[in-house]
Design a protein around this ligand. Structure first.
Ligand SMILES: *Cc1c(COP(=O)(O)O)cnc(C)c1O
Length: 221
């Protein structure tokens, strides 16, 4: 879907929900996409991107930022290995996948050393799926307290609802948890359900294939 159609759909969803569209950031998820597709969207002036892999991002974003301007923002939205955290804080403006205490500790020590930190969203495993990353809903209050104890200040929550389930209850749960904890950011909604997420308060939607087309599979390794 061309970018203008997506922005129109976002405007419609915001209007239906009685929300200001200015409170919704469209993160164009460009992981694994061919460069010509990414360049086409950059060329239309879109500024917000999302990536899942540190290696891939390191290979493309420093050059693209030089070429397309300093206002570009790139968010890490995929699982982040602790041993890649240093590279990640140098590459990304935001990390939406803060999903465990060891990563919080690593990011806290990097923030101390650098005197700055990307915007952080805590990933919550709203479906309590064993194979999925994220803080369990019952552990969120304690995890946020631990973060604050390390001088980390997450600005929001992120979730990926279970495959094949109605995402609405998960978005609702995430919104309630953010409100209870005084967090303004809600990173939720992807190509298939961003309208539902907007109705339930999303501030950041992460849309990949609807903008760029189907993704090629990731190479092994
Ligand atoms: C890949 C990815 C997306 C984008 O998914 P689409 O279905 O292509 O919109 C959003 N969020 C996360 C965490 C992802 O890994």
């Amino acid at each position: 879907m061309p970018l203008p159609e997506i922005t129109a759909a976002i405007r419609d969803a915001a209007a239906k929900a009685g929300r200001d569209v200015g409170g919704i950031t469209l993160i164009a998820v460009s992981k694994l996409q061919p460069m010509d597709r990414l360049r086409a969207v950059l060329g239309q002036g879109h500024l917000q991107y999302g990536e899942n892999y540190v290696q891939e991002s390191a290979a493309k974003w420093p050059d693209l930022r030089r070429e397309f301007g300093a206002d570009i923002r790139v968010a890490m939205i995929g699982p982040l290995q602790t041993n890649k955290a240093k590279q990640a804080v140098e590459l990304f403006d935001a990390i939406h996948s803060l999903d465990r205490p060891s990563l919080a500790q690593k990011l806290a020590s990097l923030a101390q050393a650098r005197g700055q930190c990307p915007d952080l969203f805590v990933q919550v495993n709203t479906g309590a799926e064993p194979q999925k990353a994220g803080i369990l809903p019952d552990d969120l209050n304690g995890f946020l307290a631990d973060c604050r104890g390390m001088d980390l200040a997450p600005i929001g929550l992120m979730c990926i609802p279970p495959d094949g389930e109605n995402p609405a209850p998960h978005f609702k749960m995430l919104g309630d948890m953010a409100a209870r904890n005084g967090l303004a950011g809600l990173s939720m909604g992807m190509s298939s359900d961003f309208d539902v997420a907007i109705a339930l308060g999303a501030t950041h939607i992460r849309v990949g294939s609807a903008i760029f087309g189907a993704r090629p599979a990731k190479d092994a390794g």
